[in-house]
Design a protein around this ligand. Structure first.
Ligand code: UT7
Length: 343
């Protein structure tokens, strides 16, 4: 049987570090370092400069992942690009990344398909499931899967938006999934969604039910109200559902594969809130040293959290061949997912 394994990982975060104190002193956010750390565990995040696109972050992460896999862009058969913050409304970011990777250049241009995944915090796991299936089915051999987000362009640093503005940061993570006949790689993936909660964590920059779809002034210039321009979230409701769904997603994976916590070497949870992850781990009796975290440094980078965490962990040398990894995510939609991998 053909398996899909992660042959290379990479990540990129913009160099500008924004601490919790910077949010207060530089951005004027009505907050404190203590509040943010106590509620979320976040100490800092990275912001991009004006002129940077999400696909620029994705490009750097992808270059690292390709290099780590010993491949070049022309070895790729497919790009899967997960993001809730694409460069523009459409097209999706996958084609911008394809172009920036140089795949459209020269006589040997390779016009690989570019698939955009729109499942927010669960985007990486939705992408992993899609890419794995394509490899297992023998359709493709080498797939670049990227999670990339640029939140800093659309945060509301007034008191109205502080519960969201304090959480999110920019970054990208990438993996190269390859076909192998060896007994390793992605062992299974399980996804879910509950559209009843679609509005609970959303950004409705426009509403196509309306005519015109966006309010316009007397000059025909579109105007976006703050409530539409910025993400809106019922944080407490998200928190509650995140805990329930993440535990459920993990148990679904365990029962499908006959596993317990003892079989797992590392847990890579979506980095939305350290308290959510610690609570889930506590409820399940997962030992602290198995729960990997980097939200302290990067905040919530949505679809990018898991691949950034994976790439950092791989780079640190902690991952050894044969180790079992569990990934779990939950977020806007609501959507969620889990995956089990043998490294
Ligand atoms: O990846 C996407 C998934 N998203 C998540 O997983 C987020 C899940 N939710 C959460 O992590 C938490 O709900 C938050 C960290 C967002 C908020 O924590 P909370 O304990 O639910 O706080 P809250 O929203 O109920 O706000 C409590 C108080 C409010 O003040 P009053 O009304 O009690 O006077 C807020 O205005 O804290 C205030 N507040 C802040 N204060 C200082 C909200 N944000 C801030 C802030 N700094 N940044």
């Amino acid at each position: 049987m053909t398996n899909a394994y992660i042959a290379g990982t990479g990540f990129y975060v913009p160099p500008r570090v924004v601490t919790n104190d910077d949010l207060r002193t530089v951005y004027g956010l009505d907050t404190t370092h203590e509040w943010i750390v106590k509620r979320s565990g976040i100490e800092a995040r990275r912001y991009s400069d004006e002129g940077t696109a999400t696909s620029d972050l994705a490009l750097e992460a992808s270059k690292h992942a390709l290099e780590d896999a010993g491949l070049t862009p022309r070895d790729l058969d497919l790009i899967v690009y997960a993001s809730l913050s694409p460069d523009v409304g459409f097209p999706g970011g996958g084609v911008y990344l394809q172009q920036k990777l140089g795949l459209c250049d020269g006589a040997d241009a390779k016009f690989v398909p570019a698939l955009d995944v729109r499942n927010q915090c669960s985007g990486f796991l939705y992408g992993l499931g899609t890419a794995t299936s394509m490899i297992e089915a023998g359709v493709y051999k080498n797939i670049l899967l990227v999670g990339a987000e640029l939140h800093s362009a659309a945060l509301d640093w007034t008191t109205r938006g502080r519960s969201i503005a304090s959480l999110f940061g920019d970054g990208a993570g990438a993996v190269v999934l390859r076909a192998t006949d060896e007994d390793r790689g992605v062992r299974g993936w399980w996804l879910g969604a509950d559209g009843r909660f679609a509005d609970v964590l959303s950004q409705k920059i426009w509403d196509l039910k309306k005519r015109p779809f966006m309010p316009v002034n007397e000059h025909g210039v579109g105007q976006v109200e703050p409530l539409m321009m910025y993400a809106q979230m019922d944080g407490k409701l998200v928190f509650r559902h995140a805990v329930e769904r993440m535990i459920g997603a993990l148990f679904t994976a365990y029962s499908a594969k006959g596993l317990t916590h003892d079989d797992i070497d590392y847990f890579l949870f979506h980095q939305a809130n350290l308290r959510i992850n610690q609570y889930v781990a506590e409820q399940l009796g997962i030992p602290e040293h198995k729960l990997l975290s980097n939200i302290q440094s990067y905040g919530n980078t949505t679809a990018a959290t898991i691949p950034i965490l994976l790439a950092e962990t791989a780079r640190s040398g902690k991952l050894k061949r044969g180790m079992k990894i569990a990934m779990v995510a939950f977020g806007s939609g609501f959507t969620w997912g889990s995956a089990i991998l043998d490294w």
